[in-house]
Design a protein around this ligand. Structure first.
Ligand SMILES: [Zn+2]
Length: 353
C-alpha cells in the first residue's frame, strides 16, 4: 500500500518535472553572430574572380598560380559555410542562383550596416563611420537588460568603432572584454572570442571580423581572399566548439553575414563600397570617388545553422539586412516585436526552436 503511494507520487512528480525540464531547455537557446566586413557574395559563391587574380594591381604575380590552384570555387574558399545546406543550414544571397539579399540603408558602408544588423532597421541619421555613440538600442542591449541574458552578451571585434555602435557604456555589453587597451588585431579578436566561448560561455556571442574590408581597400585581392578563407576556418572552429560543448550543443544558432558588399563593376570598383549618396556626402573618404557610387555594394549574403533554422526556399523576394535582428531574437526564443515591432520581420527560414 505504502509502496504504491510512493510510486504514484514519483510518477506525478515526473509528470510535473519532465515538461518543465523541456521548457528550461527551450529557454536556454543561444546565439553566435559573426560578421565578415565587406565580403562580396561574388567571392563567397563564385570563388576568386579570375580577372582580379590576373590583374597585377590586385594580385601579386608571384602568388597568382597558387591562388588559382588553391581556390577554384566558393566552396574551396569557404568550405565550412558551403557545408551548411547539407547539414540542414542555409547559405543564401547567391544572385547567380536567383537568390537576393541586400542592405536597406542608403549608405552601403559599415556603421549604417552594423546598426541595421543590430537594430533591425536602417537609420537615415547615420551617415558616417565617426565614433558617435549609437542612439539606437541594439538587440544586444535589449537582451542584456532582460533576466536570463544579463551579463550573458559578449562582443568581440577588430574595429575600434564597434564599442560606439554597440554603445558599450550605455548598453553594458562589453566589447573585447579581456584585452581592453590593446590593439584588437583579427587574430587576437578570434582567440579572445574562442576563449570566451570556452570559459565564460555567454548565451550571445558576437564576433566582428574586419580584415576582409581592410585588405580590399588596400587593393590586395590575395590577402582579402586569404582573410575570407581564414574567417571560414575560424567559424568552423567556433562550430566545432559548439558541437563539443553540452552547454551549446543542440541549442545554438549560428548566423554569419556581412555589413555591405563591394563595387561589382570591372577594374578597381571592388576595392570600394558606398552609394552615390555616401560619395556625395564624403568624396574624400574614397580612393576613387565615383559620383555614381559603387553599385553592388548594397548586395549581401547570409549563412545560418542551428535548431531555429529550416532549409531556405529557393529564390523569392529579396531578403533584407533589417531582418537579421528579428531572426536572431526569434532563434533565442524571444518576441522580436517586443524589441521593436517596426524592425524587419525574421527571415522565413528562421523560426522559434
Ligand atoms: Zn570599407
Amino acid at each position: 500500500m505504502e509502496m504504491r503511494r510512493i510510486r504514484r507520487f514519483v510518477l506525478a512528480l515526473l509528470l510535473v518535472l519532465i515538461p518543465s525540464l523541456a521548457a528550461a531547455e527551450a529557454d536556454d537557446q543561444r546565439l553566435i553572430l559573426v560578421t565578415m566586413d565587406g565580403t562580396r557574395w561574388q567571392d563567397v559563391f563564385r570563388g576568386p574572380d579570375p580577372a582580379l587574380v590576373a590583374d597585377k594591381r590586385f594580385t601579386h604575380p608571384d602568388v597568382k598560380e597558387t591562388v588559382e590552384r588553391t581556390w577554384k570555387t566558393g566552396a574551396d574558399l569557404m568550405p565550412f559555410l558551403h557545408s551548411l545546406p547539407a547539414r540542414g543550414g542555409v547559405l543564401t544571397g547567391n544572385r547567380d542562383a536567383g537568390q537576393c539579399m541586400a542592405v536597406t540603408n542608403a549608405m552601403w558602408f559599415s556603421y549604417p550596416g552594423y546598426n541595421e544588423i543590430f537594430t533591425g532597421r536602417a537609420d537615415p541619421v547615420i551617415i558616417s563611420n565617426d565614433k558617435n555613440p549609437n542612439q539606437n538600442i541594439t538587440f544586444f542591449e535589449w537582451l542584456n537588460r532582460r533576466s536570463g541574458f544579463k551579463g550573458q552578451v559578449l562582443a568581440f571585434g577588430n574595429w575600434d568603432v564597434f564599442p560606439f555602435i554597440i554603445n558599450d557604456k550605455r548598453s553594458g555589453v562589453p566589447v573585447n572584454p579581456g584585452f581592453e587597451g590593446r590593439h584588437p588585431t583579427e587574430t587576437r579578436t578570434m582567440r579572445a572570442a574562442l576563449d570566451a566561448l570556452r570559459e565564460k560561455k555567454p548565451r550571445v556571442l558576437y564576433v566582428g571580423l574586419g580584415d576582409t574590408d581592410e585588405f580590399a581597400h588596400m587593393g590586395h585581392y590575395e590577402h582579402y581572399l586569404d582573410a575570407v578563407n581564414r574567417d571560414d576556418d575560424f567559424i568552423a572552429e567556433l562550430w566545432r566548439m559548439v558541437e563539443a560543448d553540452p552547454v551549446y550543443r543542440g541549442k545554438t544558432t549560428l548566423i554569419v553575414t556581412t555589413d555591405h558588399g563591394r563595387g561589382s563593376a570591372a577594374g578597381a570598383a571592388w576595392t570600394e563600397h558606398g552609394s552615390a549618396e555616401s560619395v556625395r556626402l564624403d568624396p574624400a573618404g574614397f580612393t576613387i570617388p565615383d559620383p555614381a557610387g559603387f553599385p553592388g555594394s548594397e548586395e549581401i549574403w547570409l549563412a545560418a545553422i542551428g535548431p531555429a533554422v529550416r532549409s531556405a526556399s529557393k529564390g523569392g523576394a529579396c531578403l533584407g539586412q533589417n531582418q537579421i535582428a528579428a531572426s536572431a531574437l526569434t532563434a533565442l526564443g524571444q518576441d522580436w516585436k517586443a524589441f521593436d515591432a517596426g524592425a524587419g520581420p525574421p527571415l522565413s527560414f528562421v523560426t522559434k526552436p
